[in-house]
Design a protein around this ligand. Structure first.
Ligand code: PEP
Ligand code: MG
Length: 369
């Protein structure tokens, strides 16, 4: 068994010498970061921050989103910031010296709101008993106002950042504070800030301006030069089509092929188990799910358009992919051919991505394809 492990390490070391594509990981805990590093990841390409707001902290996010005034909102932000700072500090430590792309909050909103039906029942029961429950009634009105039929196409990502004042600024401050502290302790944090669900350059610009101000403030108060790249995900078809307009405002693009596939095909990511989807596979309309292996004619075409437009507008633009396809062997060949700088995938897929990236560089086909 030891011999086998040694052989695998030798093959992967050889692959690393040959490949041109970088290989990063998707990780949002220090444990996953450390694991991915052992598998050879050269940084984090996607640190999702959604899970950091669940559990005990969900109440604070609910308060933040439903706040009735500035004071209430600020209190929730003030409580969340040190928690976020600690989250990032631990990840920067685990990934010392390597880039960490932190994606600002991108949840479907309903995950953070009280259940509408339950609230309605509570109000109805109170009314039936003849005593009005004012607090619950107010909450019900607020939740109703935010209720969405299609949360995945609703108030998510950059939209949430624009609608909830201070939310993204709080996350950026936590990133900058964590990086400063890490640096002061002799570490080498390399934060990158990524804005999700951008469809138009104006959305990115608004967040970028706010983020740069926060970074400058933190640098001044600590007297440390904490630099952070600011970039965007390309996961809305419109962003791919207007990549040349977006690139001047972004230091990097990362393709979110999960959402890009959903929005290009019009297939819900959450319903890929639906019967019609299997019928499509059975009838050979596609051989493999486009959520698993990149659909080159549609989603791939949008990636090509964005790479071309982005690089034309900004030749030094860094390009990566962090959707599930980043760890799919067949798709890795496509990303190599189209000229991305790196792929990012789950920790366990990192070795395969290293190997396939080398095979792509050598001009080889996938084994069995
Ligand atoms: C994506 O959409 O491809 C992506 C990486 O983001 P998420 O899966 O978190 O929406
Ligand atoms: Mg996405």
């Amino acid at each position: 068994a030891d011999d086998l492990v040694r052989s695998v390490h030798r093959i992967l070391a050889h692959a690393d010498e040959v490949r041109r594509l970088g290989v990063r990981t998707n990780a949002d805990t220090p444990e996953d970061s450390a694991r991915a590093r052992r598998f050879g990841a050269e940084g984090i390409g996607l640190c999702r921050t959604e899970h950091m707001f669940l559990g005990d902290r969900r109440q604070l996010v609910e308060k933040l989103i439903l706040a009735e005034g500035d004071d209430e909102r600020q209190a929730a932000l003030d409580a969340l910031e040190p928690l976020q700072k600690q989250d990032f500090l631990e990840i920067f430590e685990a990934m010392d010296g390597l880039p960490v792309t932190v994606r600002l909050l991108d949840p479907p909103l309903h995950e953070f709101l009280p259940d509408l039906t339950e609230l309605s029942v509570r109000v109805a029961v109170a009314e039936a008993k003849g005593h009005a429950d004012e607090g619950t009634l107010r909450l019900l009105t607020a939740v109703r106002r935010l209720h969405e039929s299609n949360p995945m196409l609703g108030l998510r990502g950059v939209r949430l950042g624009l609608v909830v004042p201070g939310l993204f600024a709080m996350q950026v401050r936590a990133i900058a504070e964590a990086a400063s502290e890490c640096r002061e302790a002799g570490g080498d944090p390399r934060p990158e800030i990524m804005i999700p669900l951008v469809g138009a350059v104006q959305e990115l610009e608004a967040i970028r301006e706010e983020s740069e101000q926060v970074l400058a403030d933190v640098c001044e108060s600590h007297g440390v030069d904490v630099r952070a790249l600011i970039g965007t995900m390309i996961e809305v078809p419109r962003a791919a089509l207007t990549a040349d307009e977006i690139a001047p405002s972004a230091e990097f693009f990362s393709f979110g092929t999960n959402d890009l596939t959903q929005m290009t095909w019009g297939f819900s990511r959450d319903d890929v188990e639906a019967a019609f989807f299997h019928a499509y596979l059975d009838k050979g309309i596609f051989g493999v799910s486009p959520f698993e292996s990149l659909d080159r004619e549609g989603v791939g075409r949008l990636v090509e358009i964005a790479v071309e437009g982005g690089r034309r507008a900004r030749p030094e633009l860094k390009l990566g992919v962090c959707g599930e396809h980043g760890g799919d062997p067949d798709s890795v060949h496509f990303f190599h051919a189209v000229g991305l700088d790196y792929v990012s995938c789950s920790p366990f897929r990192v070795p395969v991505a290293r190997l396939e990236a080398a095979r792509a560089a050598l001009g080889g086909e996938r084994a069995g394809s």
